[in-house]
Design a protein. Structure first.
Length: 242
């Protein structure tokens, strides 16, 4: 399972990419090595659903070197110019160990408020059922022991739950995170909101129940239905601890 530090870096990479996307509408050209000069601005930058959704459903659905204009809050920017502004997450992760380490250290203070370590540990240690299909770790173990699983990645994934961002284009936060089984996490990917994923999760649950029934085991408990209320426009503004 990914560590707290891994999620911190993933979350920072999301923030940096969305910040650079937002800055592109001001016609600012920023070199990767200049990102560290914007530490305070990146920290204070507010991520909105509208911006995050535009980034994924418009910018990323356009050929990245295409001379096409897209708009945000009355400002326009060409996709090919935006592309020049935004390094990959892999590149950002590399930089966070060196040039962007001061930014990472500063962001750590914010991250520890939006996803406190104690909440991360509580989720990863105490949660034992998938938030989407409802299967438990004990049921997964039983299926595996009785030749009812076909996962070929069981050495690294499958027998533990994984942290999922309900809305994948936003930062990791207490409000935006839940625990998911490998199969739901893999199927949901970055494509579906929980609301959209509901029928898929219910289909996965139906298969699990059939396999569990063949072993004479009880059906999966229904997960908390509140998760299905989460749509791509649902606010995930963190309830920051003081």
């Amino acid at each position: 399972m990914a560590s707290y530090n891994d999620k911190l870096i993933d979350s920072l990479a999301t923030r940096i990419q969305l910040f650079l996307f937002w800055k592109s509408f001001d016609k600012e050209v920023m070199n990767t090595e200049d990102i560290a000069n914007y530490i305070d601005e990146i920290e204070q930058f507010e991520i909105t659903n509208d911006l995050a959704n535009l980034y994924s459903n418009t910018y990323y659905q356009t050929k990245l070197k295409e001379k096409r204009e897209i708009s945000f809050n009355g400002k326009n920017a060409y996709v090919d110019n935006i592309c020049k502004n935004i390094p990959s997450k892999t590149k950002i992760k590399e930089l966070s160990r060196n040039e962007l380490k001061p930014l990472k250290d500063k962001y750590k203070e914010k991250f520890e408020k939006i996803l406190p370590l104690k909440e991360f540990e509580k989720m990863t240690k105490d949660e034992t059922t998938c938030s989407y299909c409802g299967i438990s770790l004990d049921q997964i173990k039983a299926l595996g022991e009785n030749k009812k699983l076909n996962n070929k990645r069981s050495d690294t994934r499958g027998y533990t739950l994984e942290i999922d961002r309900k809305l994948p284009n936003l930062e990791y936060s207490k409000e935006n995170c839940c625990m998911a089984c490998y199969w739901c996490n893999n199927a949901k990917t970055d494509e579906f909101s929980p609301e959209e994923f509901k029928p898929i999760a219910e289909g996965i649950r139906e298969v699990w129940n059939k396999r569990l029934g063949e072993l004479g085991m009880k059906e999966i408990d229904v997960p908390d239905p509140k998760i299905w209320n989460t749509k791509f426009d649902t606010s995930m503004k963190p309830d920051i601890e003081k």
